[in-house]
Write a protein that binds this ligand. Structure first.
Ligand code: NAD
Length: 249
C-alpha cells in the first residue's frame, strides 16, 4: 500500500475516512516539530540525543533536585509555551469541525491542538497549564514554578501536570482508552510509538494509518503509510475532503 503514489494514497485515505464509522487521531511530538518544538526520538535532532530521560523527566529526578529539574525542563517547556499551531494542527481541527474526526488523543503537552481549535482533545501525558502540590494537592498556574518550587499553602513540593517517567497515567489516558472502543480508523501522526501504554492504543482500532517521517513498530499493521511531513499530508487531506461533512457534524 505504501508503494502507491502520494496522490493515490491521499485518495485512499479520503475513502477510508468516508467509509469508517469512527475515526480518531493519535498524535505525538512529531506533529509539533513544524511549530519549532523538537521531538524526543527523531534521528539526530531528537531531545533524547542530548539528555537522559530518567535524569530530566522523571519524578525521581524532580524529588532529588527540584532546582535542576525545573531549570532543565523549562528550557524545552518555554519552547512549547511560545509555539503556535502549524498546518497539521489546524487541519485536524478542521477535520473535527467538518465532522470527519471524533477527536484527538495526544501525547503532547504543548496545548497546540486546542490553540488550533480542536474541541475534543485527550492529553494523555498531561499539559503545561498547571502544577499542583504533592502534599495538599492544591492547583496553581505553571508560572508559579518560575518563582518557587514549594506550595505557598503547605510547603509541599510542587510538580507539573505532566506525566513523568515513574508516574501513573493521567485521567485523560483512561478516558482515551474508553473513547477508542469501536474505533474503525486511527490516524497515528508524528509518533515513534515507543512509549507505553500509549503505543498499545492502536490495538484497539480496526484500521491504522501512519503519518510519520521514520518507520514505527506498527508499520506492518498499517493500511496506509505516509513518510511526508504531517502538515503536508493533513492539509492535502482536508482539501481533498472538499466541502462534504461527516457523521459528527
Ligand atoms: P517521538 O519523539 O518518540 O517520535 C516522534 C516521531 O515523529 C519520530 O518518529 C519522527 O520521525 C516523527 N516526525 C518528526 N517530525 C515529523 C513531521 N513533521 N511529520 C511527520 N512525522 C514527524 O515522540 P512521541 O512518540 O510523541 O513520544 C515521546 C514523548 O514525547 C511523548 O510522551 C510526549 O509527551 C513527549 N514530547 C512532547 C512534545 C510536545 O508536547 N510537543 C515534544 C517532545 C516530546
Amino acid at each position: 500500500m505504501s508503494q502507491l503514489l502520494y496522490q493515490d494514497r491521499i485518495i485512499k485515505l479520503v475513502e477510508s475516512i468516508k467509509t469508517a464509522g469512527k475515526v480518531l487521531a493519535l498524535t505525538g511530538a512529531g506533529i509539533s516539530t513544524e511549530s519549532g518544538i523538537p521531538d524526543f526520538r527523531s534521528k539526530d535532532t531528537g531531545l533524547w540525543h542530548r539528555y537522559d530521560p530518567q535524569e530530566v523527566a522523571s519524578i525521581k529526578a524532580l524529588k532529588k533536585d527540584p532546582k535542576s529539574f525545573y531549570a532543565l525542563n523549562f528550557q524545552w517547556w518555554d519552547t512549547c509555551l511560545r509555539a503556535r499551531p502549524n498546518k497539521a494542527h489546524l487541519a485536524l481541527a478542521q477535520l473535527e469541525a467538518m465532522g470527519w474526526l471524533l477527536g484527538t488523543i495526544t501525547q503532547n503537552i504543548d496545548g497546540l491542538h486546542q490553540q488550533a481549535g480542536s474541541q475534543r482533545v485527550w492529553e494523555v501525558h498531561g499539559h503545561l497549564r498547571e502544577c499542583y502540590c504533592l502534599v495538599c494537592q492544591h492547583d496553581y498556574g505553571l508560572e508559579q514554578l518560575r518563582h518557587r518550587f514549594h506550595c505557598p499553602n503547605c510547603g509541599g513540593l510542587l510538580r507539573p501536570q505532566v506525566v513523568l517517567f515513574g508516574d501513573r497515567m493521567s485521567e485523560d489516558y483512561f478516558i482515551a482508552e474508553k473513547v477508542m472502543s469501536g474505533c474503525q480508523l486511527l490516524l497515528v501522526i508524528g509518533s515513534s510509538l515507543q512509549v507505553q501504554p500509549v503505543a498499545s492504543l492502536p490495538y484497539l482500532s480496526r484500521g491504522i494509518v501512519i503519518i510519520n517521517k521514520e518507520p514505527t513498530a506498527w508499520d506492518e499493521q498499517a493500511q496506509l503509510i505516509f513518510r511526508e511531513p504531517a502538515s503536508k499530508v493533513l492539509w492535502d487531506l482536508v482539501n481533498s475532503m472538499e466541502k462534504s461533512t461527516g457523521p459528527y457534524y
